[in-house]
Ligand binder design. Sequence first.
Ligand code: MLT
Length: 302
Amino acid sequence: MYKINCLNPIAAIGMNIFTDAYEKTENFADAQVAMVRSAAMHDMELPEGLLAVARAGAGVNNIPLDKCAEKGIVVFNTPGANANGVKELVIAGLFMATRNVVAGANWVTENKGDENISKTMEKAKKAFAGTEILGKKIGVIGLGAIGAMVANACDALGMVVTGYDPFLNDAMKAKLSGTVATTDDLNEIYKNSDFITIHVPAMDSTKKMVGKAAFDQMKDGVIVLNYARDVLVDDDAMEDAIKAGKVAKYVTDFPNFKTANMEGVIAMPHLGASTEESEDNCAIMAAKEVRDFIENGNIKNS
Ligand code: MLT
């Protein structure tokens, strides 16, 4: 009997994939398998009998990969399983940034008791007037499962899309719509884009990659979207860039950074993959990976 500990709740449809040969335990120290979503595992003592950690998501920055490798623990993730969920929220972010969706809705909440609302509304319509994304240039940094989907969706919305990925290959290119351009020069993305959206994993080499040197090259009034990881953007440099009007809007799926309360920042509590469909897809993929490893010795997405 293999014992599974869920460090975070994992969708039932995935957990149901485990047969009677597996049982759930509340005790991490007993587990042979750990299922995890966002729980930070870096400071946790890893049980002696732990064979596998399955991350129901793409990023593995919450998992101590070196420690796991030393102990021979296999770490799985679920690349692509939540990509559509994230893509849809990125597209929502484009409109939140350009159409004052949040400010407009808040205005109605604050004024809905006002019997003269139809008169004051005219002022609000002016105050919250926006811009359209049709024909605007967007640079997509990172063309993995999520970046590629975002690039194609922006292309379908009539934006002029250029993608950059240092690991771009023919298979990745084949997933892009015909009109999505690519460049091997990241600076081109910084210099030319009206919108920049970041879709790279958090690694030592990508931490604070969007910093002063990047902001210096960007157009004044650029809109930056970050649904990947907070550490990719240098917070101090972002603060300066917002204050200087270099960045008009920063849409981010992370609330825990010091610019979160600044005017021009729209921050969410990491909702990109928080849809029923994405959570189900990740749970199913993670459970299948674990079973294939335990029962057949196969290692996929590790
Ligand atoms: C991911 O890396 O795929 C996301 O962080 C998923 C999540 O929200 O758990």
